[in-house]
Design a protein around this ligand. Structure first.
Ligand SMILES: [Zn+2]
Length: 481
């Protein structure tokens, strides 16, 4: 039967399945997937050997959890070995299981912490991703006739072509401008194409609010954006970010989403900006989700409110199937029924495990700092960086925050503001930071994911030898970008 625009679910059979039925479906698919992984990846085979198991020994989720985790470092190492040995990154030691002739698309990570890791997809995988994208877009109200402007990096990223294909599969219209093309171009295409949805990182959305009046002479609230889908950073679960973006874009619906060029996907159902109850896990039929303790890597039970490091296993997957793959994102899960009636788990992305800082025994996430700072907009611009003298997680107090004061603030205003902010931080974040004040627009704006933590290099002076034997000293300090 053809889908009607009034239909609540894209795939009613799967989306209304009870958690028990879903577990049964997952287990059936899991057994098949593990056999496939064992037969096509030497790395995965070694995981079974370490546990003294064969795929047929996995009869339950408890058995499955005996297989050791896979990490990004292993993916990167085997990828490098494959390039050295075979001249390509898809050899049998890697986690890519499909033969090269079946691979039709590659995506990669940003590679900010080393060589990018690649994800290969077969046509079947591509079709599943498109189906999963369509499922969650439909859930939040996207229908044919809606235009979705892609304000994310397009190059190799899952927010590029994979997202375009998902948008088209849902019957909506993709507007693939890309944040790399520049802020002006993104704003020009918003004016030209009148998109209903802006799909971007929370920090780039925030930057567009600031730049829209300057670059195109229009307040962002007049651009006609109905939905903002903030992805790529945990910001959309942050009430202050939600309120700021919703107000800035003229009352737009804020709908938290996973980026997702793979089968771990979720989206928030319709909620007001000052409420957040997590994203529905909309892809449980293609992904087994687990939580482990980030330090001990022991299993954490997925009960309501539980937090832990996310571990993913893809199902029905051919290209690069993740198997008990842990890559450092911390999640909180919610199991209480949602008002929308959709069954299954919801989750919130708390942050990267390696972004957590410890200040005098207090665990601090950059998102908690952002939340507090945004309460002081417009006396601050909302742009800041956490400056560390050495890599975390332990920080010798005070924690330093380079922060922009708002337009028109005088020195005396800043002194009053600083005292207020320090009190607020003491009460809510339980730390007293030192603010390093800088004028508006002196902190670099990122069109991609924003790294809120930077390492101060004030003690480092590097000697650069330029053309013609000139010698120049470049002193990098925490105020240089
Ligand atoms: Zn819901």
């Amino acid at each position: 039967m053809a889908r009607q625009i009034s239909d609540k679910y894209w795939n009613p059979e799967i989306e209304t399945m009870s958690p028990k039925e879903m577990e049964r479906l997952q287990l059936t698919r899991l057994k098949k997937q593990l056999t496939y992984n064992y037969n096509h990846s030497l790395l995965y085979r070694s995981k079974f050997e370490q546990a003294g198991m064969k795929p047929e020994d996995v009869r339950s989720f408890e058995d499955f959890r005996l297989i050791p985790l896979t990490g990004k470092d292993e993916q990167r190492r085997t990828q490098e070995e494959s390039i050295q040995e075979l001249g390509h990154p898809f050899g049998p030691r890697t986690v890519t299981c499909a033969p090269q002739e079946k691979i039709v698309r590659l995506s990669s990570t940003s590679g900010t912490s080393g060589m990018p890791t690649l994800y290969a997809l077969t046509q079947r995988d591509v079709d599943i991703v498109s189906e999963l994208h369509a499922r969650r877009f439909w859930m939040v109200g996207i229908r044919p006739g809606h235009r979705i402007l892609q304000g994310l990096s397009l190059s190799m990223f899952t927010g590029g072509l994979p997202l375009s294909q998902g948008i088209m599969h849902a019957g909506a219209c993709a507007v693939p401008v890309g944040s790399d093309s520049g802020t002006r171009r993104v704003l020009d295409f918003i004016t030209l194409t009148a998109p209903h949805v802006l799909f971007t990182t929370p920090s780039f959305a925030q930057y567009l609010l600031e730049q829209s009046p300057k670059l195109i002479g229009k307040d962002a609230s007049t651009l006609g954006i109905k939905w903002v889908f903030p992805v790529g950073e945990p910001g959309a679960g942050n009430i202050e970010v939600r309120k700021l973006l919703s107000k800035g874009f003229g009352g737009a619906q804020i709908c938290d989403q996973t980026g997702g060029g793979h089968p771990f996907q979720g989206a928030e159902c319709v909620e007001p900006p000052d409420v957040y109850s997590g994203m529905h896990f909309t892809s449980a039929d293609y992904c087994v989700l687990e939580l482990v303790d980030p330090k001990t890597k022991k299993h954490v039970e997925m009960k309501d409110g539980a937090t832990g490091e996310m571990v993913m296993t893809f199902l029905e997957w051919e290209g690069t199937p993740f198997q008990r793959y842990a890559y450092g994102d911390l999640l909180q899960v919610f199991a209480t029924p949602c008002a929308c009636g959709r069954p299954g788990l919801r989750f919130k992305i708390i942050g990267r495990a390696d972004d957590m800082l410890i200040v005098k025994g207090v665990n601090v996430f950059p998102e908690a700092i952002k939340k507090e700072i945004l309460k002081f907009v417009p006396r601050v611009t909302g742009f800041f960086r956490i400056v560390l003298d050495r890599p975390g997680p332990s920080v010798v107090p005070p924690l330093k925050i380079r922060i922009e004061y708002g337009q028109g603030m005088q020195e005396t205003d800043v002194a009053i503001l600083e005292a207020e902010m320090q009190r607020a931080f003491r009460d809510t974040v339980r730390i007293t930071p030192r603010f390093l004040w800088v004028p508006p627009e002196s902190i670099p704006r990122e069109t991609k994911k924003t790294k809120l933590i930077e390492i101060s290099e004030s003690k480092r002076a590097s000697l650069l030898r330029g053309e013609g034997g000139q010698v120049a000293w470049i002193v990098c300090c925490e105020f240089c970008s």
